[in-house]
Design a protein around this ligand. Sequence first.
Ligand SMILES: C[S@@+](CC[C@H](N)C(=O)[O-])C[C@H]1O[C@@H](n2cnc3c(N)ncnc32)[C@H](O)[C@@H]1O
Length: 263
Amino acid sequence: MDNKIANTLFIPFAARIFAAEHFSEYFNDKTAIQLKSHIPQKFLKISSQYEMIASAARYHISDKKIQQFIDKNGECNIINLGAGLETVAFRIDNKNAIFYQIDLSEVIQFRQQILPPNNNEILIAASMLDTDWYAKIDKNKPTLFIANGVFMYFYEQDILNLIHNIKQNFKNAELIFDATTKFGVKCANFYVSRFGEDMAKMYFYINKLEEFATKSQTQILSSQTFFTEARQMLWHKVNFITKFNMWLVDTFNLSYIIHLDLK
Ligand SMILES: C[S@@+](CC[C@H](N)C(=O)[O-])C[C@H]1O[C@@H](n2cnc3c(N)ncnc32)[C@H](O)[C@@H]1O
């Protein structure tokens, strides 16, 4: 694809397939497994067990949070920023929620060929940094924005502008995204570079969440480490390196899922 960030979309997609095939009690995704033949082979081979689980942990956590949001709010919007080949609308097949999948037009075109939208799902070809596409959404409904594996490829000012635009236009919105520290971004850049030179670099990190909340004028609803449940559920099934890395990342708070109130 022309956009270097778009080239990264197979990395989490492969991880969801790996997790669903090996650890379905932790993360299950039948739709992703059905699409396995569309993934270039290298994406299925390069990542370690730990790296696959680290990627899948985001969806394990955000799926639960999406379900809670729907249970609490009833009819609502779930807006997935930088959706890639995310199959969340198939995993959470709930009539109350409409899932809007936002991604660049080359990605949406590719997605339409291999993954036609579910009946609770609308694909929108647009940059999440623009605002024209907001007109396609009923802004009176409670709205949850999700960004998994996306924000780190941008600069902090891009993310602050995006949050500002959402706050201006959606009066009842929340945001869930994954973030890491400066050190974590260095590690993540090394990991992604192993997939080739056509992969994008990452820039955005959060060392102090409170400072970011102040800058973005948002309220922290929660911030949770990646592997609390993975360590409970998979401890006896994963190898030593995976166990050690999960412990390390959780203990030193290197990566977390952040839930912000944008009201
Ligand atoms: C690492 S992938 C993550 C995909 C998906 N969220 C997932 O978890 O599988 C990053 C995604 O961000 C998308 N992206 C990059 N720039 C974008 C932009 N300005 N607006 C919307 N999506 C963008 C890419 O095309 C790609 O699909």
